[in-house]
Design a protein around this ligand. Structure first.
Ligand code: FE2
Ligand code: FE2
Length: 225
């Protein structure tokens, strides 16, 4: 059974790496045919799905840790931190920090300056919070107090991430979709897709998709006692 699961995971990961940008449509992870995004918020929303899945994985891992379930080890948390830091957060934040926000600032000046400033600061805080979690993993086997610290840091990261996502969905996305002209949307979509293609071509997308699916399998059931 384990072999069949592993085979399915590898096949789906290879297909993601090879099929993602092959034509005008693409195959989602759930094998649904999705049309190409026409605005930047579609792309960012798709990435929220990964960020939210990683938040669920982390939440479940904390449940196992708290209950003393040994299916979750330090390596499990280290992998979770790697996927969040190098994939889930980084690829998403780079699109905003390096492309979207500078464009909005250059072209649309001071409109919504406070919102953009706040979101940028939250990106810095998110990176700090995942680093705090990473450092606290050194105490994984040092007793209850150290485990509590890991759980606290993980929950802080999860809550902050969900708050940040909700803020962008409620305030940033409606503003962008109302204000950007169609040629501006097309230019930004092209830049985002180039970045995503580079991720796929480098093998990063395939590697982290497989890791995410494997982690989901590993911690599944942690919350059901
Ligand atoms: Fe975002
Ligand atoms: Fe963001």
């Amino acid at each position: 059974m384990k072999k069949i699961y592993l085979f399915a995971v590898i096949i789906s990961g290879v297909c993601l790496g090879g099929c993602f940008f092959s034509n005008n449509n693409r195959i989602s992870e759930n094998n649904r045919v999705e049309s190409r995004p026409t605005n930047v918020t579609d792309i960012l929303s798709q990435e929220f799905d990964y960020m939210e899945r990683m938040a669920v994985v982390l939440k479940n891992a904390v449940e196992c840790l708290t209950k003393g379930d040994d299916r979750v080890t330090r390596e499990t948390f280290t992998e979770i931190v790697e996927v969040i830091r190098d994939f889930s957060d980084k690829r998403h934040q780079e699109k905003e920090d390096a492309v979207l926000f500078p464009f909005l600032k250059d072209v649309h000046g001071n409109e919504n300056k406070d919102l953009l400033g706040q979101l940028l600061m939250e990106h810095v805080s998110l990176r700090d919070k995942i680093r705090d979690l990473s450092v606290s993993l050194n105490g994984m086997y040092l007793g209850k107090k150290a485990k509590k610290k890991i759980a606290k840091n993980a929950n802080t990261y999860i809550n902050y991430t969900m708050k940040h996502i909700n803020m962008e969905k409620k305030k940033l996305f409606p503003w962008i979709n109302e204000m950007l002209k169609s040629d501006e949307q097309a230019m930004l979509v092209k830049k985002f897709e180039d970045m995503k293609k580079a991720e796929v071509d480098s093998g990063m997308y395939e590697k982290y998709t497989i890791m995410l699916q494997s982690l989901e399998g590993q911690v599944r059931g942690c919350a059901n006692y």
